[in-house]
Design a protein around this ligand. Structure first.
Ligand code: GDP
Ligand code: IMO
Ligand code: MG
Length: 427
């Protein structure tokens, strides 16, 4: 009963979509367990490029059942437009399953996300503005709306009214905004109910039965380890648990069922939004990484902040997720540098520190300690095996593996499905 978790080992956008799609042909279920349409996962199949936000990347593999787990937050309008966008391109989405316990991103959650950010001004998180944080806040406050509530008008009305009671006070009195009418929200949500109904299922039961029947289940994380609400660079994080434990709570599968945890790791580092980033570059190298790596947000179109590889973060991701493997992506982007700096430790207030400091203030002061690794100039995008890589590229990968604490089992040398070097099989 192999159950694999595939997650981001840095600040998101590591190439999870590509990695999931690569495995999608060999797995029975691909499950999103947290986050929502803040994610932007790119999958390139032949000459077709897909940008998935809410739907699991497995939706592009015909034999695979895509599942939106209970830990995900679902914006129904985004869900329906993403589905119809794929249908128009000939993708069959009829197998999709959505947990009745997943929470709904309501229009007022989106409003609250945007006005809160505006109110924070310089201190803003730089959220995607999709209502993610406020929806999880409502869930924890026990005033959230769940998918199953769409099928009981009276309950839905009561819950929306209760949630808006407090929110309208805040919107009108604190943020100077217009109050939101509960009946309009209810009407909008009810308008989605029948369209979504065919997909709603008891996903916890289905996934556990699948595992008992020896089916292969892949849990696809959104965001990344350093954006985790518990283990990331709080408060500059997302409001869910992309780390491995989140797969258990967000899908209703016990930890004893998980056989492998794969960390997707970019050969350098990027981040979107605010927050500390020790290896961030503000020079031509940063510009070059952004240009060559195409580092622009899939969801918001914002330029991604770029920097060198940070082994301290990779080690941390290995630890908090119990990683069994890494999938190293975008090695091809580093082609052409004579020497490539890699951050092996931090200097904090004059002291060398090997591990991620728990103190936020220390992390804000962390200066990268770099080791220089020799670069390569040969085109590596056609490499099919590790031995096809130039010696210096091989040495770069081996050095990263040694520093990061888990074997690198696959290497991405381009965005396409087949632009991958497989070293150890994941299944
Ligand atoms: P995700 O959010 O983790 O799925 O990653 P994104 O899709 O936001 O960003 C990753 C970007 O890198 C996408 O444009 C991918 O097509 C691209 N990509 C993934 N793997 C590779 C790789 O090995 N090489 C190159 N050049 N691009 C890659
Ligand atoms: P994928 O799945 C990169 C960032 C936002 C912001 C912070 C909080 O494509 O890797 P939120 O809207 O979640 O409340 O924003 O998290 N963020 C991401 N950064 N990739 C993502 O997803 C992200 N999802 C959220 O930029 O800094
Ligand atoms: Mg992304």
């Amino acid at each position: 009963m192999p159950a694999l978790v595939l997650l981001g080992a840095q600040w998101g956008d590591e190439g999870k979509g590509k990695a999931t799609d690569l495995l999608g042909g060999s797995v029975d279920y691909v499950v999103r367990y947290q986050g929502g349409n803040n994610a932007g996962h790119t999958v390139v199949v032949g000459d077709q490029k897909y940008a998935l936000h809410l739907l699991p990347s497995g939706i592009l593999s015909p034999g695979c059942t895509p599942v939106i787990g209970n830990g995900v937050v679902v914006d129904p309008s985004v869900l329906l437009s993403e589905l119809s966008g794929l249908n128009e391109r000939g993708v069959d989405t009829s197998k999709l399953l959505i947990s009745g316990n997943a929470h709904i991103i309501t229009p007022y959650n989106v409003t609250v996300d945007k006005v809160t950010e505006r109110f924070l001004g310089k201190r803003k998180i730089g959220t995607t503005g999709r209502g993610i944080g406020p929806t999880y806040a409502d869930k924890i406050n026990r005033v959230g709306i769940r998918v199953q509530d769409l099928y009981d008008e009276s309950i839905l009305t009561q819950k929306v009214e209760a949630a808006l009671d407090a929110k309208n006070q805040i919107l009108t009195k604190l943020y100077n905004r217009r109050a939101i009418a509960a009946d309009q929200v209810v009407e909008e949500l009810l308008g989605y109910a029948e369209k979504i109904k065919p997909y709603v299922a008891d996903t916890v039961l289905i996934l556990n039965q699948a595992l008992e029947d020896d089916k292969v289940v892949l849990f696809e994380g959104g965001q990344g380890t350093l954006l985790d609400i518990d283990h990331g660079t709080y408060p500059f994080v997302t409001s869910s648990n992309p780390t491995a434990g989140g797969a258990c709570t967000g899908a209703g599968v016990g930890p004893t069922k998980i056989s492998r945890v794969i960390g997707i790791l970019k050969a350098y580092t990027t981040r979107v939004g605010s927050g500390p980033f020790p290896t961030e570059l503000f020079d031509e190298d940063g510009e070059a990484l952004r240009r060559i790596g195409g580092e622009r947000g899939v969801t918001t179109g914002r330029d991604r902040r770029c920097g060198w590889f940070d082994a301290v973060i990779a080690r941390y991701a290995t630890r908090v997720n119990g990683l069994t493997d890494f999938f190293l992506t975008k090695l091809d982007v580093l082609t052409g540098w004579e020497e490539i700096p890699v951050c092996v430790a931090y200097e904090i207030d004059g002291k060398r520190v090997e591990e991620l400091p728990y103190s936020q203030s220390d992390f804000h002061h962390a200066k990268p300690v770099y080791e220089m690794l020799p670069g390569w100039s040969e085109d590596i995008s056609k490499a099919k095996s590790f031995s096809d890589l130039p010696k210096n590229a091989q040495a770069y990968v081996k050095a990263l593996e040694e520093m990061s604490g888990a074997p690198i089992s696959a290497i991405g040398v381009g965005p396409g499905r087949d632009e991958t070097i497989e070293i150890n099989s994941f299944l």
